[in-house]
Design a binder for this molecule. Structure first.
Ligand SMILES: Nc1ncnc2c1ncn2[C@@H]1O[C@H](COP(=O)(O)OP(=O)(O)OP(=O)(O)O)[C@@H](O)[C@H]1O
Ligand SMILES: [Mg+2]
Length: 531
């Protein structure tokens, strides 16, 4: 008999939340996360300033970045952040939308739970609603030629709107679209675009307007020695990973060697070894050398004399990019260089005004670099995030050859379409499907709110327009009018909506179905039950 006796199953450091407590806790967490990013949605959304414990500052409007920077404890909150991460990985844009949708779905669930609708029914309704939503957006998707530059420009523009780079958006749209069009591969019949083929480089200084598209790669260094040529045509490029020096030179002081006489400072044996190393580079036929580590002064001198342009301390990523772009292999040691492992480019040139070396006309013509300029690191980082969003949405649109209109138009269609569908279902599930439909109102509502308009009025106007069959009607966030978003050119890749619909519903369903939460406090469990 166990009556009256306490049976301990869980360890004492396991915190347990059951039933409504667990559900409530997840609802609060999801709503809190959605609330944190909600004000950034749309072109007139605000930015967030995030300060880490070490004092690093990030100013951004990007949902994924905000959620990546804040650290949360709650398991439910972590799941919502996963939604943003998945959206960022799969699509590259629409992270705020996805998270705000989860928040709305959880809010609707809260109302239903209060009415004693069982979580299983809610989950079923959400699942059916999601299926309908995907069907509706499939029908609304507009087909496009993947190389239709005009449409792609609008796609890039919509994604980059509202990211504190307004003044240069027009120019960046062109750079982003041309970069992606240059690297897109259509050999398999379908267009494929590899994110890694568009390299983004940032250089502080000058204005954002000086951003540039370079058909090739950029190394953000200068040549190692001024006696070397600044410009090499028909370049044969050697890539070496280890340092070009002898481990222990007897000459302690670092001396810049500018004449043969100064070489006498080195012992005969050292000189020979160093000469051998530089001869290995020269004998391979290379006229450009990119070295991941340092290059000893005497070697710089020998290479300069032989007319080789050499760069030292090249970042590992740049070495990888160079190998791919130039069709070269990175050799561990200079002695291993042969003509066969060199890469080729039409031109390698050190820039006059900034500390970069441009490598253009590469063997692999697909590599493209977007060089961003700006006066501060904060600005450059936010510029980079905008450009990454821009390149990703252009890639998505090219790969899927389809897009949807923005400005809350699709969401309003979803509200109405899913509600119609719900009425054909009946029973309690109908209520859950209707609640699912209502969740999409959060997007037009938030766009209106963030632009300073009356949310309810705008939603009513939108719904009226859609009820009259204007399926592209959306909110002009600059003057509050309801306009045709397709004509306005506010368009987004279909993939973005598809992903946010799927992941928001799936994570909401998962969270609602949890009725028991066991959280182990101790990080290093020693026996007992773990969840
Ligand atoms: N010119 C515009 N007029 C009206 N709505 C717009 C306009 N440009 C973009 N939008 C809308 O703004 C929303 C996107 O806002 P935002 O870019 O801030 O969030 P996100 O794409 O969901 O997340 P993130 O960009 O942070 O990953 C979409 O609903 C889009 O249709
Ligand atoms: Mg966006």
């Amino acid at each position: 008999m166990l009556a009256g006796q306490q049976v301990i199953i869980l360890r004492q450091d396991v915190e347990r939340n059951r039933g409504q407590e667990a559900q409530r806790s997840n609802i609060v967490a999801a709503k809190a996360i959605a609330g944190a990013v909600r004000t950034t949605l749309g072109p007139r959304g605000m930015d967030k300033m995030l300060v880490s414990s070490t004092g690093d500052v990030v100013i951004t409007n990007d949902g994924a970045t905000i959620l990546q920077e804040i650290s949360v404890q709650h398991p439910g909150a972590k799941m919502v952040i996963e939604v943003a991460k998945a959206q960022d990985d799969e699509v590259g844009d629409g992270t705020t939308t996805a998270v705000v949708l989860v928040g709305a779905l959880m809010e609707q669930a809260e109302l239903m739970l209060a009415k004693k609708i069982h979580p299983t029914v809610i989950a079923q309704g959400y699942r059916l609603g999601m299926g309908k939503a995907l069907e509706i957006i499939k029908n609304l998707s507009i087909k496009v030629d993947p190389f239709d530059r005009k449409t792609l420009l609008k796609i890039a523009d919509t994604a980059m709107t509202g990211k504190s780079i307004e003044s240069v958006k027009g120019k960046l749209d062109g750079i982003v679209v041309d970069a992606v069009m240059a690297i897109a591969d259509k050999s398999s019949g379908k267009v494929l675009a590899d994110e890694d083929d568009v390299i983004i480089k940032k250089q502080k200084g000058a204005s954002m307007d000086d951003a540039e598209l370079i058909k090739g790669i950029v190394i953000d260094k200068k040549r190692v020695n001024e006696t070397m040529p600044k410009r090499i045509k028909s370049a044969k490029v050697a890539l070496v990973a280890s340092p070009l020096e002898i481990k222990k030179t007897q000459v302690k002081a670092k001396i810049k060697i500018t004449s043969s006489e100064q070489m006498d400072a080195f012992g005969l044996q050292e000189r020979e070894t160093l000469k051998k190393l530089s001869d290995a580079v020269i004998a391979s036929g290379a006229n450009v050398l990119l070295c991941q580590k340092g290059i000893a002064d005497p070697i710089q001198f020998y290479l300069g004399k032989a007319g080789v342009l050499a760069v030292e301390d090249v970042a590992e990523d740049d070495m990888k990019n160079a190998a791919k772009a130039l069709g070269a292999s990175v050799m561990n040691k200079a002695e291993d260089l042969t003509p066969g492992v060199l890469g080729s480019a039409e031109l390698v040139e050190e820039s006059d005004d900034i500390d970069i070396i441009r490598i253009e006309g590469c063997k692999n013509p697909k590599t493209t670099t977007i060089l961003l300029r700006g006066t501060s690191d904060y600005l450059l980082d936010e510029l980079e995030r905008a450009v990454v969003d821009g390149t990703r949405v252009v890639m998505d649109t090219m790969e899927d050859a389809s897009f949807l209109v923005g400005g809350g138009a699709v969401e309003t269609e979803l509200v109405l379409g899913i509600r119609d569908y719900a009425s054909t279902v009946g029973g309690r599930v109908q209520l859950a499907i209707e609640a699912y439909a209502a969740s999409f109102e959060v997007i037009p509502l938030t766009l209106a709110e963030n632009s300073g308009y009356n949310m309810i009025d705008k939603l009513v106007n939108l719904k009226n327009a859609h009820a009259k069959g204007q399926k592209n009607a959306g909110l002009n966030v600059y003057n509050g009018e309801i306009i045709d978003m397709l004509k306005e050119g506010v368009i987004e890749p279909s993939r973005s909506k598809r992903q946010s619909i799927q992941s928001s519903a799936e994570s909401a369903i998962m969270l609602i179905r949890v009725d028991d939460m066991m959280i182990t406090q101790n990080k290093a469990p020693q026996g007992g039950m773990n969840y």
